[in-house]
Design a protein around this ligand. Structure first.
Ligand code: NAD
Length: 494
């Protein structure tokens, strides 16, 4: 069965229901509960997702168990071929995937295309693994060699958020699959549709049935994945609140866990910053993907007099057109949450320079770009994750205060500085408490092969989720020491 998505513009297009993908087939969940998948641009249902529980997870585990021995015995180069094929298929279907991401998530065509291209880049990292995963070997004593072999962990799982329906699953899959594991994905119940095509493309790419499975659902299905004694590793990407719960619960069964959480990213702007570059970059950072990305600018830390830059950000923000330059907000509850933060800051004395409240399109869920000036560090708009196109401006007197403010955040995903001074840039890069930092770059995503991951409450567990760290997370090193002859000298290893 192929379920090609027929949408090729923003026009509302219904799709199919998201069932579970187990052993290479779409199957219903054991209970009959479903959840509508809403196109946020219209507020209308494109299909429904089944809501799975422990029985469904057990079925996926059984399929994975059956398929795993043959897959893990294949040499890495053969497993890597599947990723080459997938990469090619994703390019062939790039328009379809782009529109599907845009429809189920609400982001613009351009943003959706960028997401698919980044997902392809992640697949490319998987293609490169057979060439870079050679492990070291050393003669550690006379006649004794020690070498490392990266073995699969076993049956592994990934839980992903709504804001990148295709890219975040691809943060996990290439390394996990080329590493020789069987994977169970639990996509966000708000955006489960892009993964329907991903499953089918992986099958077409030659992945054996049962090596990639999808369980659709919400909290109950995630809890079942955490509790399963048969699942050996689990990665999660989502909010900090849930990341903490999943990290604790999944570790109870002794599995390996890595959980990426939310963010509150600070952009520090100093007076010597380049006007054009800074204004353009700050605006793009806080409005891109309607602010619904963990790398979005959330606080502009204005050091001294940078009003000329803020004026330019205001001007550019006012030119942004809803629906064309700025996508929709994922659901009504998110619109209410974002609006609440803006109202609250205003009632606490902050000044709204650009007001996106109310949205202006007839259907769907919208908030326009919003700039709030005079936000004090203790206001919720300065401290909490808003996850919308809202930038809080906090004014400080000097760089020291700016760094102090950044360091007071409980999060530590991203941070950036805008300056033309190498000295200022170095000072900030050395002292901010964030895992992904930018100099004159407001969305400092470390592209492949650099691993993606923040610090503090933006990540629980060791290592990054992409790049080489990802391969290490989904594999375990076996250390083999060998000797083939009686040694001439004697030491403690003889
Ligand atoms: P979310 O935490 O609500 O949901 C993420 C996943 O967890 C979903 O699959 C959902 O079904 C599941 N889930 C929800 N509640 C659960 C519970 N109580 N127990 C177990 N599982 C549960 O996140 P979201 O709203 O889908 O995504 C937005 C959040 O993700 C933001 O906080 C954003 O910063 C974060 N995010 C972080 C990164 C990163 O790399 N650090 C990347 C993307 C998104």
């Amino acid at each position: 069965m192929s379920t090609i998505f027929s949408g090729s513009s923003y026009d509302f297009t219904a799709y199919t229901d998201a069932k579970n993908w187990i052993g290479g087939e779409w199957v219903d969940a054991q209970n009959s509960d479903t959840l509508d998948v809403i196109n946020p641009r219209y507020g209308r249902s494109m299909g429904a997702a089944v809501m799975s529980g422990a029985e469904d997870v057990a079925m996926a585990v059984a399929a994975a168990k059956k398929a795993l021995p043959e897959w893990r015995e294949r040499p890495i180069r053969e497993r890597g071929q599947v990723l080459y094929n997938l990469r090619q298929l994703m390019h062939t279907h790039i328009e379809e995937l782009t529109w599907l991401v845009s429809h189920e998530n609400g982001k613009t065509y351009g943003e959706a295309k960028a997401e698919v291209l980044k997902a392809i880049e992640c697949a490319e990292y998987g293609c490169s693994l057979p060439n870079i995963a050679a492990a070291p070997q050393l003669e550690v004593s006379r006649g004794v060699e020690c070498r490392i072999v990266y073995e699969p962990v076993g049956i592994v799982a990934g839980v992903t958020p709504f804001n990148f329906p295709l890219m975040v699953p691809l943060w996990m899959l290439p390394q996990a699959l080329v590493g020789g594991n069987a994977f169970i994905l639990k996509p966000s119940e708000q955006v489960p549709l892009s993964c329907i095509r991903l499953a089918e493309l992986l099958q077409e790419a030659g992945l054996p049935d049962g090596i990639f499975n999808i369980i659709n659902g919400g909290q109950e299905s995630v809890e079942a994945l955490c509790d399963s004694e048969d699942i050996d590793a689990l990665a999660f990407v989502g909010s900090t609140r849930v990341a903490k719960i999943v990290y604790g619960r999944a570790a109870q069964t002794g599995k390996r866990v890595l959980c990426l959480g939310g963010a509150k990213n600070h952009l520090i702007v100093v007076p010597d910053a380049d006007l054009e570059l800074t204004a353009q970059n700050v605006t793009a950072s806080y409005t891109g993907c309607a602010g619904q990305r963990c790398m979005a600018a959330s606080v502009l830390v204005a050091v001294g007099d940078v009003d000329h830059i803020i004026d330019a950000v205001v001007e550019q923000s006012e030119q942004i057109k809803l629906g064309e330059d700025l996508g929709a907000i994922v659901n009504e509850a998110s619109v209410e949450r974002i609006t609440r933060y803006i109202n609250e800051a205003e009632s606490q004395g902050a000044k709204i320079l650009v007001d996106g409240r109310g949205g202006s399109l007839e259907e769907g869920y919208w908030v326009g770009p919003t700039l709030i000036d005079g936000v004090s560090p203790d206001m919720p708009a300065a401290k909490e994750e808003i996850f919308g196109p809202v930038l809080s401006i906090v004014r400080v007197n000097n760089l020291e205060e700016a760094i102090e403010l950044e360091n007071s955040s409980e999060y530590g995903n991203a941070s950036a500085v805008y300056t033309t001074s190498g000295d200022v840039a170095r000072e900030v890069m050395e002292r901010v408490s964030a895992g992904m930092c930018g100099v004159n770059i407001g969305v400092p995503v470390p592209r492949e092969p650099f691993g993606f991951g923040g610090w503090n409450d933006s990540k629980f567990g060791h290592g990054n989720i992409t790049g080489w760290d990802g391969y290490r997370f989904w594999t375990r090193p076996r250390k083999i020491s060998s000797k083939w002859a009686v040694q001439k000298d004697t030491n403690w290893m003889s």
